[in-house]
Design a protein around this ligand. Structure first.
Ligand code: C5P
Length: 256
């Protein structure tokens, strides 16, 4: 598997030929879906001119491709063939391309745009099913770490501060109540002209939290040295300003 980034240089999991610079700053924003990590991460990356690692997208892509290959279904009680999911993971070429229009990162898999489909709740469920596999996580680990060897990095995920970048300069664990996150999702869907069932969304969110927080390998939890921030009653701008202040306190310089 390879992952390439905005400058289109592929990162290969077995490329050991390059001499790496000592260290670029790394900011980790971990926490559950819907807590506002994506917005903060994007704004920090823009303000600092750092690269952005949307690690959830990696797991979502593997989940989606595993579904398309018939390796998983929506049934969370099924037995999944970890070896087959690993082989699939290793066969993927992924590119992240920042999209200033949408304020998100476009994702290409084997040269093709995966589109917004990868962001939906169903694919989030597939992602969390394959994210329990240690071998799949291991296959994605070095690729994620390599993204910090070329420029400053803002990394969004569950285990950025605990496993992927334990020496990061800044660690934030951004959370919010499941109810607040479900309400945000409902608003998002209604604004997009879609229907939304609060109770169904809340149940899905709780099930995914439960799986992510209780898996054996790299469970979603705050690093010991992370700033804990609950965004349940905060707007996105307030969250950003608080995270920015914390970054500055940790020695990260913003131009504006
Ligand atoms: O953050 P996002 O909702 O896109 O993540 C989708 C799923 O991918 C999560 O529910 C989690 O199971 C998995 N994930 C993970 N580790 C990460 C990022 C995401 O296990 N660093």
């Amino acid at each position: 598997m390879t992952v390439s980034t905005a400058d289109n240089t592929p990162l290969s999991s077995d490329d050991t030929s390059q001499v790496k610079p000592l260290r670029y700053p790394v900011i980790c924003i971990d926490g559950p879906s819907g807590a506002g990590k994506g917005t903060v991460t994007w704004r920090l990356a823009q303000a600092l001119d750092y690269q952005l690692l949307d690690s959830g997208a990696l797991y979502r892509i593997v989940g989606l491709k595993a579904f398309e290959a018939g390796l998983i279904t929506a049934d969370t009680n099924q037995t999944i063939d970890e070896t087959a999911v690993l082989a699939l993971t290793q066969s993927l070429e992924i590119a992240f391309v920042p999209n200033n229009k949408s304020g998100r990162v476009d994702i290409l898999v084997n040269g093709e745009a995966v589109g917004e489909q990868v962001r939906n709740e169903t694919v989030g469920g597939y992602a969390s099913q394959i994210a329990v596999f240690p071998t799949v996580r291991q296959a994605l680990l070095k690729l994620q770490q390599d993204m910090a060897t070329r420029s400053g990095l803002v990394a969004d995920g569950r285990d950025m501060g605990t496993v992927v970048f334990p020496d990061a300069d800044v660690k934030v664990y951004l959370t919010a109540s499941a109810e607040a996150r479900a309400e945000r999702r409902v608003t998002q869907l209604l604004n997009a002209g879609q229907t939304a069932d609060f109770e169904a969304i809340l149940t899905t969110i709780k099930a995914r939290d439960e799986r992510d927080e209780n898996r054996t390998t790299a469970p979603s939890k705050p690093a010991e040295d992370a700033l804990l921030l609950d965004s349940s009653t905060l707007d996105a701008n307030t969250v950003y300003e608080q995270v920015k202040k914390h970054c500055q306190d940790q020695g990260i310089c913003f131009n504006s």
